[in-house]
Design a protein around this ligand. Structure first.
Ligand code: FES
Length: 422
């Protein structure tokens, strides 16, 4: 294991670029950042009846998320205990058993091994009860979002979210009916380290005016320049010791643009439920990351996971969620809006992906890799502002980026439970 203390200088606001490129650090991330953390798995709306399943990843480990016969959401390592093949090769669906296509071992919704072809060829000591799927020990939900962790003794999901939950509720808790998923899960591959995307969603409103200038021009209401709408915005950026971050402009008119969803929203009811500070801020716009690799955009209803695929590559998985109470035409408008802006070919998404790939592509050069990166914006501006929970800074700030990498550094330097057991 590598001591990463010298790579993250929180006090100086500096980051060593090797954190994006080194294979050994990447393996350490899988062990010490991904294995012990709460990781986003799915939305509860993806599971309605026993046997509904969705396959995803925790770090690079493939997992099946499914609803068992007691209607409990459970997750298993998607790897057969015989020779290690996947026992489920579909993206999603409904099943009674997961049957491995290599030699035919079959597992039920409890993960138990229930059928072994030619079982009489095994010695008497062979017990099917010992060869069930490896279960993710803790799966919990928050406002329809399903998370899991391999950590056998984690703090609860709610505790790990802390004040971040207040900001998440601005997207997830508009009324008692909750949210549902519209459309499928979009997946695409990007050249770039997963942290480039996760930190940007935690901390970076700064890039918006430059990187998205053309997109903002295209979306500006008729007769208005984009700078009138966006450039001069002020707002706040939340950060915490768990590495979570969220930024949002504050704009009392409650609207980013002419989105159908804003015409449908009942802002008086939202104010009564969530309070003025949330409605004028994180409800209508902004960006956020729940450490380490789950991000969302409240204005779009976009959820996304940055799945790590080696130090140089990530796979983006993106959902669109809407309020269950929205009528069909509003849901459809929101789905199309998200697709147009932050779908795989969305006008904003392409700007971001281009930036991350550009940063990654040149970072393997020896000299390039040894020049520190700057995360100093807003240093010293973090404070309790009396209006938003936790610590916030100015909207244009690297505060949540510094918090993200501080959390990353601390986890990277801490032996995980599986190392302590050895
Ligand atoms: Fe699954 Fe052999 S690898 S049955």
């Amino acid at each position: 294991n590598i001591d990463v203390s010298g790579l993250v200088d929180t006090e100086g606001g500096l980051l060593d670029r090797v954190v994006f490129t080194d294979q050994q650090l990447y393996r350490q991330e899988l062990r010490r950042v991904f294995a012990p953390s709460w990781l986003f798995l799915a939305h509860t709306d993806q599971f309605h009846k026993p046997g509904d399943f969705f396959t995803t990843y925790m770090g690079e480990d493939p997992v099946i998320v499914t609803l068992d016969r007691d209607r409990r959401i459970r997750a298993y390592l998607n790897s057969c205990r015989h020779r290690g093949a996947r026992v489920c090769r579909a993206d999603s669906g409904t099943t009674r058993n997961f049957t491995c296509t290599y030699h035919g071992w079959s597992f039920n919704l409890d993960g138990a091994l229930v059928s072994v072809p030619n079982q009489d060829g095994y010695p008497e000591s062979f017990e099917t009860g010992e060869w069930g799927l490896v279960e993710v020990p803790h799966v919990e939900t928050y406002q329809g979002l399903v998370f899991g962790t391999w950590n056998p003794e984690p703090v609860s999901l709610r505790e790990s979210l802390g004040d971040m939950a207040w900001y998440m509720d601005a997207m997830l808790d508009h009324d008692d009916e909750g949210t549902v998923v519209v459309g499928g899960v979009h997946k695409w591959v990007l050249e770039g380290n997963w942290k480039l995307a996760a930190e940007q969603f935690a901390t970076d409103w700064y890039h918006v005016n430059m990187s998205h200038a053309s997109a903002l021009m295209a979306l500006a209401p008729a007769g208005k320049k984009p700078k009138d709408e966006v450039v001069h915005r002020t707002g706040r950026q939340y950060s915490d010791a768990n590495g979570n971050g969220a930024g949002f402009p504050v704009h009392p008119k409650n609207r980013f643009d002419a989105q159908t969803v804003h015409r449908w929203m009942d802002y008086d009811a939202l104010r009564a439920r969530l309070g003025e500070a949330r409605v004028e801020g994180p409800l209508t716009n902004g960006h956020a990351t729940v450490f380490p690799n789950f991000s969302y955009l409240p204005v779009n209803g976009s959820l996304r996971v940055w799945h790590p695929k080696g130090p140089d590559k990530m796979e983006v998985w993106a959902w669109t969620i809407v309020d269950k109470s929205m009528p069909p035409e509003v849901r459809e408008a929101q789905r199309l809006y998200n697709l147009r802006t932050f779908g795989p070919s969305g006008i904003f998404e392409q700007d971001d992906g281009e930036n991350w790939s550009e940063c990654q592509a040149i970072s393997h050069g020896f000299i390039t890799n040894n020049v520190a990166l700057n995360y100093q914006m807003g240093m010293g501006s973090e404070r309790a502002d009396g209006r938003h929970p936790g610590t916030t800074s100015e909207l244009y700030s690297d505060a949540a980026g510094r918090a993200f990498y501080t959390r990353w550094r601390d986890l990277m330097n801490t032996p995980a439970w599986h190392e302590e057991q050895k």
